[in-house]
Design a protein around this ligand. Structure first.
Ligand SMILES: [Fe+2]
Length: 368
């Protein structure tokens, strides 16, 4: 049994400002990667660049990271950063910005590797520049994981790249949720919920890994009424939601995610469904199937969330993210691909059959 998360993680109000020294110690020239708008709107970009400027660390802002970062975007960012001679990469945003920062940090240390080749298993471990993660949504957990989920549109693939890239430093501040729309908070919180559930309902689950989801699910359960309510989430819960998300990241740092995440990638790639709901649609049916193998674990998950039955779990997720309709052809194609996706099937806590996969798709997606 092993537990290893080498990231220096701080979670508190005014985290970036309070840990300016830690940030400045990472390097002398930074590439700052963000999406188009949110990092500017929620104040995180200003916080980071103010610290860098005051500490005389030069920086270049690349604000073109799209949802589900593509290999083309990574190549462009790396090409610009190479001319600027950056020695570390800062990802500010949700999973897309942080995952993109990880992948670009890898490309910058390996100029012979093209972004389109990142999904191929390397013949040797690849070095990467140090990465700093500043999450601004409460779902990714990427600040505490080794993985980066990257999309290669040329081969219709959305998948984690097989390289170990833990951030050197993560600065987590709940105040960045203040400008987020309620549904974004809900969607990303559902992603965090899935990380914890999939970490427990996982063949790699062990005592070390369970510490995190078992505490995180309790915290998530304490937030669930606010997430389900029609009103905005009160500011007093922001830090708890961020903490839960980081703990959920630690949960999957060693187990990885399993079927719901594997199933979500096709839905995002082919139907443009945001990551949180795309995962969430499959979560209840996967949990139900796993109850055949590990009923005590399913009971524990429900208890920690403050729920009594799987039906309550299903209803809660539906209230949060609704339902999704696909064509029969899409659903059949997705199911056919998942039936041979051994990297996810083999992580389930029992032998998932082809019938189980069909059942999960039937329960999770409406055909219309
Ligand atoms: Fe996720």
């Amino acid at each position: 049994m092993r537990f290893f998360v080498p990231t220096d993680i701080y979670i508190e109000n005014d985290c970036v400002k309070n840990h300016a020294k830690n940030l400045l110690a990472v390097g002398k020239c930074a590439l700052v990667m963000t999406g188009r708008h949110s990092a500017a709107a929620n104040g995180s970009l200003k916080d980071v660049t103010a610290v860098l400027a005051a500490g005389k660390v030069s920086f270049l802002v690349f604000n073109e990271v799209e949802e589900n970062p593509s290999t083309d975007t990574l190549r462009k960012a790396a090409s610009i950063a190479r001319k600027f001679k950056v020695d570390f990469v800062i990802g500010i945003g949700g999973g897309s910005a942080i995952d993109a920062a990880k992948a670009v940090a890898l490309l910058l240390s390996n100029p012979d590797v093209d972004a389109d080749d990142l999904h191929k298993v390397p013949g040797h471990p690849l070095e990467h520049l140090p990465v700093v993660a500043v999450p601004t949504t409460c779902g990714t957990g990427s600040e505490a994981t080794l993985v980066a989920i990257i999309t290669n549109h040329k081969i219709n693939l959305k998948k984690s790249i097989p390289h170990v890239i833990f951030p050197t430093l993560a600065l987590v501040d709940g105040k960045y949720l203040a400008s987020a729309k309620k549904q974004l908070i809900v969607n990303t919180a559902v992603d965090a919920l899935a990380h914890m559930v999939e970490s427990i309902l996982n063949v790699k689950s062990n005592a070390f890994n369970r510490m995190f989801p078992e505490y995180g699910l309790k915290l998530w359960g304490e937030c669930k009424d606010a997430l389900l309510a029609d009103s905005d989430v009160e500011a007093s819960l922001y830090e708890k939601l961020m903490l839960t998300s980081t703990i959920a990241g630690m949960s999957i740092a060693h187990t990885s995610t399993t079927l719901p995440h594997g199933m979500s990638y096709d839905l995002t790639l082919h139907a443009n469904v945001p990551h949180g709901p795309a995962v969430g649609y499959f979560l209840a049916a996967y949990t139900e199937v796993c109850a055949k193998f590990v009923p005590q674990d399913v009971d524990k998950i429900l208890e920690l969330l403050g729920l009594k039955t799987l039906d309550e779990f299903t209803a809660m997720i539906q209230k949060l993210i609704g339902t999704y309709t696909v064509t029969r052809e899409m659903r059949d194609n997705f199911a056919a691909a998942m039936k041979v996706n051994r990297s996810k099937l083999d992580l389930a806590p029992g032998p998932i059959t082809a019938e189980d996969v069909d059942y999960i798709y039937e329960k999770s997606l409406i055909v219309g």
